[in-house]
Design a protein around this ligand. Structure first.
Ligand code: PMP
Length: 400
């Protein structure tokens, strides 16, 4: 029998890494495994009742237009809501024309890559960096220029060098409760980053997925406030309402939005108008600020519990971040300890963690581990961290 002809996939898709998280989640979905590997919001805050109410009203009041094709820009009331919130929270004045509704902020990242990057173009990115962004930008086959993160933000000397020598098209960053590290840029680092990039051709792609998930409830102004014409700000409803709605946005100067609209038309014409109308109605009816306060109270308690158990039980050589928001803690393992090996050992004890390597674009990161605290209840956190402490202790003994 003749051998079938091979499939010739494009170079760009072959250059794109498969999401390691999705691969890991397949293993960790088993009910007897305690998983700190994923990045899911707590199901307790997915308001099915409120969404059901809004859905019924949309269908009754908007009728068939809720089920028709719609504009690429997205539903105006929703874009107005986003613009008003920026004005109220941060005194950031943008018009609805500077906002494009997307299928989650993941699509914003995909659009950013497609409108700005040619093959081989330099891109500045935090190390460790958000896996989904690495994946989205990889499709354009860029040259990543990593800038390592320190406890209060990026290594600004390294960023200055990258900007001067590599001249990246943009610097992709998550100044608030970064994924995966949990780090928040300090006011000083923010000022330095703004200073370094003002007057430069390098744009800022600022991912503010966790801007509302701040345990002290205080709003931290986006870098965009200081670099309005040079920043593409990415936002999402996934962490404050529900990821299943797949609703996020791009906030950028109009010229950039216009290009993104063209790119979005080519991929999906527009984001589901039905989802958008339901969310717009939901936001009108519900007290979203009270909802966000509740999320923050619960995540703060989970984070504090996880960190204090690690302080109490983990070997002293293991260090970790102390997040002030978001959903993740980042561990740094001592020299000679591999996160991949720790992942295997932890899984034997039915605990799933996320090894650090996929968060780096240069093959580093094997001493990093990401742990999620938003999706596990306090009892699960206690059991899981206690087990992980045992695994770490044994691993350190084995290699001593
Ligand atoms: N950016 C960051 C930093 C994230 O953590 C996530 C979700 N893991 C996203 C973007 C994408 O989220 P969504 O597409 O649901 O808005």
């Amino acid at each position: 029998m003749a051998t079938p002809a091979p499939y010739h996939f494009s170079r760009r898709i072959r250059a794109t890494p498969r999401s390691f998280i999705r691969e890991i989640l397949k293993v960790t979905e088993k009910p007897d495994i305690i998983s700190f590997a994923g990045g899911l919001p707590s199901p307790a805050f997915l308001d099915a009742g409120g969404v059901a109410l809004a859905t019924g009203e949309v269908l009754r009041k908007e009728g068939r237009s809720a089920l028709q094709y719609s504009t690429t820009e997205g539903c105006l009331p929703l874009r107005r809501w986003i613009a008003d919130r920026y004005a109220r929270r941060y005194s950031l004045e943008v018009s609805p024309e500077e906002i494009l509704i997307t299928n989650g902020s993941q699509q914003t990242l995909d659009l950013v890559g497609r409108i700005f990057l040619n093959e081989g173009d330099p891109v500045g990115i935090e190390a460790p960096g958000y896996l989904g962004a690495i994946q989205a930008f990889s499709q354009s086959m860029p040259r990543f220029c990593p800038v390592s993160l320190e406890p209060d933000g990026p290594d600004t000397a390294a960023l200055a060098r990258v900007v001067r020598e590599d001249r990246p098209v943009f610097f992709y960053c998550i100044p608030n409760s970064q994924n995966p590290s949990g780090i928040t840029y300090s006011p000083g680092r923010r000022k330095e980053v703004v200073g370094l990039l003002s007057g430069e051709e390098t744009l800022v792609v600022e991912d503010d997925a966790y801007g509302e998930i701040r345990f002290d409830g205080k709003a931290l102004r986006p870098l965009k406030c200081d670099l309005p014409d040079r920043t593409v700000l990415c936002g999402t409803f996934s962490k404050i309402v529900a990821p299943g709605l797949r609703l996020g946005w791009m906030c950028a100067p109009k010229e950039i939005i216009e290009m993104a609209i063209t790119a979005k038309q080519a991929s999906d014409l527009h984001t589901s108008i039905f989802s958008q109308l339901v969310l717009a109605r939901y936001l009108e009816e519900q007290d979203i600020d009270a909802h966000i306060r509740e999320i923050n109270r619960a995540y703060a308690a989970r984070c504090t519990l996880m960190v204090s158990l690690m302080e109490e039980l983990f070997p002293r050589e293991v260090t970790f971040t102390r997040p002030a928001g978001g959903m993740f803690v980042w561990l740094t393992l001592p020299p000679g300890v591999s996160s991949m090996e720790l992942w295997r050992r932890a899984l034997e004890e039915k605990v799933a963690i996320l090894p650090g390597t996929p968060f780096y674009t240069d093959g580093n990161g094997d001493r990093g581990v990401r742990l999620n605290f938003s999706n596990a209840d306090p009892e699960t956190i206690r059991t899981g961290i206690t087990r992980l402490a045992g695994v770490l202790e044994k691993y350190l003994r084995d290699i001593a």
